[in-house]
Design a binder for this molecule. Structure first.
Ligand code: FE
Length: 183
């Protein structure tokens, strides 16, 4: 993704929580984050770590953060947030664990990791793969996308409900997204 395209996308952030209204008892409900294919590049065994953008990794530095909520919009503590992605030139590490790792949400459901803006690879727009696993819950497998990335509309897996909110005025750039995980 070019810097210009990302810059243009900065103001295009969409709400990432689907507030579906109130339930019968008046409790708030949050729409579950859409699931997406795992794709061919997941590797089990990645380390627990906050910094995925280790020395020598190519790409624009990016901090991704947000929260994990349950369908009642309550924060999910100690959810496992497992991430894997291509580097800035669109390459996955399929031998080691470069740009692969996982963190746990804190008591307020927050997660955060430092990575790079992923590059395109043939057939795919820029995306970050994620698995969210609440304690004792089912795993939600999905992907995150970047606003106004030129290849979004040509990617048949792309879903605008999975767009991050992107701030390219920050250094490093910041992306935020709130996941709503199944119970
Ligand atoms: Fe991928």
């Amino acid at each position: 993704m070019s810097a210009t395209r990302i810059l243009l996308g900065t103001l295009a952030g969409l709400a990432t929580i689907g507030m579906a209204g109130t339930g019968a008892a008046g409790a708030a409900t949050c729409t579950a984050t859409p699931a997406q294919t795992e794709g061919p590049y997941y590797r089990a065994g990645a380390p627990q770590r906050t910094v995925l953008a280790t020395a020598g990794v190519r790409g624009t530095r990016l901090v991704v953060s947000g929260r994990v909520l349950d369908p009642s919009c309550r924060p999910v503590a100690r959810a496992r947030v497992d991430v894997w992605q291509a580097d800035g030139s669109g390459a996955y590490d399929n031998a080691g664990y470069r740009l692969r790792g996982w963190v746990r949400t804190d008591a307020r459901g927050r997660y955060r990791f430092t990575t790079v803006v992923p590059g395109q690879y043939p057939g795919r727009t820029e995306h970050i793969h994620v698995k969210i696993t609440p304690p004792g819950g089912d795993t939600l497998t999905t992907q995150l996308y970047f606003p106004n990335a030129g290849a979004n509309d040509g990617d048949f897996i792309y879903d605008r409900r999975l767009l991050v909110r992107l701030d390219t005025s920050a250094r490093p750039w910041r992306a935020t997204f709130t996941f709503v995980a199944p119970r």
